[in-house]
Write a protein that binds this ligand. Structure first.
Ligand SMILES: NC(=O)c1ccc[n+]([C@@H]2O[C@H](COP(=O)([O-])OP(=O)(O)OC[C@H]3O[C@@H](n4cnc5c(N)ncnc54)[C@H](OP(=O)(O)O)[C@@H]3O)[C@@H](O)[C@H]2O)c1
Length: 222
């Protein structure tokens, strides 16, 4: 059974993922730069979700440091501007054989349009270079709208996953599939992660222009 932790888990995507993952996993640690903020977030989730028993027992709070030290699956849910620096500051704390999933979407808004933020290396690749080689980085969740997930509305969405091996993909796909309605799809290696990090900008532009709420990705095969 995995222990799952969220870096910056106090935000919109972190809390949404935590609520779902706690249904299937015994230990979901919401991390923050501040332990007090993490505990306040857990309290808020419990209040908003009606003190469900599994949330009370499975949701835990801690620092981002605690997440890296104690979890075997770590999900990065901080804004793109701070993602690389956040992992850099924690780089000494990794203990190997962990999987780090970056949910980071790199986008900026100019006027009323969203644009992918292109850097020479994707955020995921930059992160992979910072952590020990025994830690495997994957890219996933960029196209899942946090608000809809948090509200636990019925969802049917695909989650493209980029990572460097099929073993890592199997592990990430187990995490993705544990959330009802999400289907993992293997994209290829981390070389392709910048494509995933840019997808959110595309979805948001389509949503704004076509009055779509909570846009997500669902592929059909004919
Ligand atoms: N929101 C969505 O619908 C959605 C969907 C797909 C992907 N994503 C991606 O998921 C990530 C999280 O999105 P979000 O909307 O949940 O973000 P958010 O709510 O704006 O922020 C998440 C958390 O990041 C931490 N944080 C903020 N500034 C930081 C800094 N300068 N240094 C270190 N930590 C900082 C904060 O945690 P503490 O203050 O507790 O440390 C904050 O609660 C983003 O990269 C986003 O692109 C979001």
């Amino acid at each position: 059974m995995h222990t799952i932790g969220l870096l910056g888990g106090t935000g919109d995507l972190g809390t949404a993922l935590a609520v779902h993952l706690a249904k299937k996993y015994d230990s979901v640690l919401i991390g923050s730069r501040s332990r007090e903020k993490a505990q306040a977030t857990v309290n808020q989730i419990l209040e908003e979700k009606g003190y469900r028993e599994y949330l009370k027992t499975h949701l835990k709070s801690g620092s981002n440091n605690d997440v890296v030290k104690n979890c075997d699956i770590i999900i990065v849910t901080v804004p793109h501007e701070s993602a690389v620096e956040t992992v850099k500051q924690l780089a000494q704390e990794f203990r190997g054989e962990q999987i780090l999933i970056s949910s980071v979407a790199a986008l900026s808004k100019i006027g009323d349009q969203f644009f992918p933020v292109r850097t020479q290396n994707s955020i995921s690749k930059q992160i992979q270079e910072l952590v020990p080689s025994s830690v495997n980085v994957a890219t996933a969740f960029q196209t899942i709208p946090a608000t809809m997930l948090y509200r636990e509305k019925e969802i049917s969405a695909d989650v493209p996953v980029a990572c460097n091996s099929l073993d890592v993909y199997r592990c990430v796909s187990e995490i993705v599939s544990s959330i009802n309605g999400l289907r993992p799809l293997y994209v290829g290696t981390l070389e392709l992660s910048s494509e995933l990090e840019g997808l959110t900008a595309l979805l948001l532009n389509i949503a704004v222009r076509n009055h779509l709420k909570s846009p997500t990705l669902k592929l059909h095969s004919f």
